[in-house]
Ligand binder design. Sequence first.
Ligand code: THU
Length: 139
Amino acid sequence: MVTPREIPWADLRAGARAASERAYAPYSAVRVGACGLTEDGHVVTGSNVENASYGLTLCAECSLVSDLVRSGGGRLVAVSVVAGDGEPLAPCGRCRQLLYEHGGPDLWLDGGEGAPPRALAALLPDAFGPEDLADRSRR
Ligand code: THU
């Protein structure tokens, strides 16, 4: 398991800030960017993409997961998500689940300058994940 000290947080936060500049957020004006690192060293990014039908908005983390899969996949080990003020943002509930699928409970999330990184397990305890489908299905 990767320790938070091994994560290049400043680089990830810079990537998230750059991605937030690419957000499409004409309705909320909350421009969110996300940047993640995979186990094998790939960097993926995402920005929020809003829609006139508000509920169809795609969060930055959703966009990051698309980038991850499109660029070859892999396991996420760390993610930084920032809002338009450049400071880390705690992912919304839906995005915690999206990130769980590709990083699991040990995925580290940026806490910002003054706060320690947090494992996804702390933000999404008792998560439902891919392993539950195998364990709980009956055909
Ligand atoms: N947003 C994200 O991109 N990620 C989150 O985890 C929280 C919210 C976006 C969605 C919407 O475009 C804007 O922030 C305000 O909710």
